[in-house]
Design a binder for this molecule. Structure first.
Ligand SMILES: O=C(O)C1=C[C@@H](OP(=O)(O)O)[C@@H](O)[C@H](O)C1
Ligand SMILES: C=C(OP(=O)(O)O)C(=O)O
Length: 434
């Protein structure tokens, strides 16, 4: 592991070529870990290409504190075997610290509400930012079905105390702030003794992540029936079934940085781990990038980037909120304005990403306009050097690395915050980009 650095300056890069192997997807890794733990006792699942990062450490740590046996391959940390416990937890802690991992906090809350025994009680907490990230919509949906959940500090936010009591039935959920609330219920409700209907209210955000959950549930033996555009039937008493071995796809959101770097640095760059068959919605970033001028060849298992001429891109990026961040620093290399629309929930992620992006892009001379849910970025005639604050947001750090391809360059503060999902990102970036 490289030693921590406060700041990293990148400037005047002109090339990005070679081959990069993506780390496992964060979204798939944390789903797969929890699903494997929910398999019946005696069923073991070996996960390969598992992401090892802050977010997955929080999920792994939580599962261990819930009594789940996890064996790590000492020679290869990306291979981990999880023993199913069928949701019969042996608690060795009264509190689980989930850091800032939304993919741990939201699913674990619903799954524990559905599976804790009458005598069990646990508190889910996280870092300071997690305690500012809303969770009321999920809590209210669970409470309406007797989910015994209490706010420990501020109403609407973690930490949360959970006990048993959740009943199958009709779940109504406002899904306009986060799809992770939907994912949480889809993973938990099959474990209840009776059937449930889940009705989603509001304009559902980040749909591809709901699709990802349903696809992965199927891989783990759980079936969700779609009743209507925003409603699902979820049979109770279903049993998760281990696929025995499960390969975690490369992270499609992380691929966005390499796709953009390969565009600016001319390639050829081969990105291993995702391709046209990916389960992840963020793979659509590649198509948007090609539309804006990148030369790409997308195969089933890897993508080749062969440079291109960046024209800029505008659109509704609600379906790919994480990868869409990459278009913001990239906007400074375009000839026209870039508008990123329908991303209001950027405001409740690792930081308020709309405010953070606007503040940091303006430092380079860009003209930036914000609405509640969009950002418009006009590049300056000439870029100036800037020191970028990263707000403990891995995607702020990784996306701004692209400014290293400008003559004036960028200084990135606290680049190590990329450890949330991609600890090796900057060592890989300096290896591949010159
Ligand atoms: O389900 C998931 O794995 C995720 C869903 C998205 O969150 P929202 O649904 O809150 O947009 C995404 O931003 C997050 O990084 C991962
Ligand atoms: C929003 C993100 O994370 P989380 O899973 O914590 O919501 C992200 O990775 O960009």
């Amino acid at each position: 592991m490289a030693s921590a650095v406060d700041k990293l300056t990148l400037r005047g890069l002109t090339q990005c070529r070679g081959e990069v192997k993506l780390p496992g997807s964060k979204s798939i890794a944390n789903r797969a870990l929890l699903m494997a733990a929910l398999c019946p006792q005696g069923q073991r699942t070996t996960l390969t290409n598992l992401l090892r990062s802050d977010d997955t450490q929080h999920m792994l740590g939580a599962l261990r504190q819930l009594g789940v046996t996890v064996d790590e391959n000492q020679a290869d940390p990306t291979e981990v075997t999880v023993e199913g416990c069928g949701g019969r937890w042996m608690l060795s802690a009264t509190e689980l610290d989930l850091g800032n991992a939304g993919t741990a906090m939201r699913p674990l809350l619903a799954v524990l509400a559905a599976t804790l025994q009458a005598s069990q009680q646990i508190t889910l907490t996280g870092n300071a930012r997690m305690q500012e990230r809303p969770i009321a919509a999920l809590v209210e949906s669970l409470q309406a079905q007797q989910g015994a959940i209490r706010y420990r500090n501020n109403a609407g936010y973690p930490p949360l105390q959970v006990e048993s009591g959740l009943q199958a039935g009709r779940f109504v959920l406002d899904a306009s702030a986060s799809s992770q609330y939907v994912t949480a219920l889809l993973m938990a409700l099959p474990l209840l003794p009776g059937d449930s209907v889940l009705e989603l209210k509001g304009e559902v955000v980040s749909w591809p992540y709901i699709r990802l959950t349903i696809n992965m549930l199927r891989q783990f033996g759980i079936h969700i029936e779609r009743l209507g555009k925003q409603s699902f039937m979820i049979r109770g008493e279903q049993k998760y079934q281990s696929p025995r071995s499960y390969w975690v796809e490369g992270d499609a959101s992380a691929a966005s940085y390499w796709l953009a770097a390969g565009l600016l640095g001319g390639g050829p760059l081969r990105i291993h781990g995702v391709g046209s068959k990916s389960l992840q919605g963020d793979i659509a970033f590649a198509e948007w990038l090609a539309k804006g001028g990148a030369k790409l060849e997308i195969t089933d298992h890897y993508i080749d980037v062969l440079g291109g001429k960046w024209q800029g891109i505008s659109g509704d990026f609600n379906a790919i909120p994480d990868a869409a961040m990459t278009f913001a620093p990239l906007a400074l290399f375009a000839r026209k304005a870039t508008v990123i629309e329908n991303v209001e929930n950027w405001r409740i992620k690792e930081t308020d990403r709309l405010e953070a992006m606007a503040t940091e892009l303006r430092k380079f001379g860009a003209t930036v306009q914000l609405t509640r849910s969009s950002i418009r970025i006009e590049p300056p005639a000439k870029l100036q050097h800037a020191e970028v604050t990263t707000y403990d947001d891995h995607r702020m750090a990784m996306s701004f690395a692209l400014l290293g391809f400008s003559a004036s360059g960028v200084t990135i503060c606290d680049p190590d915050c990329c450890a949330k999902t991609y600890p090796e990102f900057f060592s890989e970036f300096t290896r591949l980009c010159q």
